[in-house]
Ligand binder design. Structure first.
Ligand code: SF4
Ligand code: F3S
Length: 106
């Protein structure tokens, strides 16, 4: 499965949702997640993310491992998203910032 990681937080560009053939993205206030049981591993979303926040589970950096469980948990709680929308006005300022994990809103 593919996993949305920390750099999506407060960037949320949503380019990823447009290409997913099975519409398995779910949207929270400032982050998106992939439903691990619905993702078919097509890899189409990975290059679409301007923030490079999407990884194959197999290639997840060590410091992003907790996002496997977070994607699984939040995909059950959040609504589905299938159409791109405008990112937050300050998305570019947050792109690449470290330490965004505590800023994830539920
Ligand atoms: Fe959707 Fe494919 Fe990305 Fe999985 S890998 S979330 S199926 S676009
Ligand atoms: Fe997030 Fe990248 Fe999608 S920033 S919303 S994973 S395009």
């Amino acid at each position: 499965t593919f996993v949305v990681t920390e750099n999506c937080i407060k960037c949320k560009y949503t380019d990823c949702v447009e290409v997913c053939p099975v519409d398995c993205f779910y949207e929270g206030p400032n982050f998106l997640v992939i439903h691990p049981d619905e993702c078919i591993d097509c890899a189409l979303c990975e290059p679409e993310c301007p923030a490079e926040a999407i990884y194959s589970e197999d290639e997840l950096p060590d410091d992003q491992q907790e996002f496997i469980a977070l994607n699984a948990e939040l995909a059950e709680e959040w609504p589905n998203i299938t159409e791109k929308k405008d990112p937050p006005a300050d998305a570019a300022e947050w792109d690449g910032k470290s330490g965004k994990k505590p800023l994830l809103e539920r």
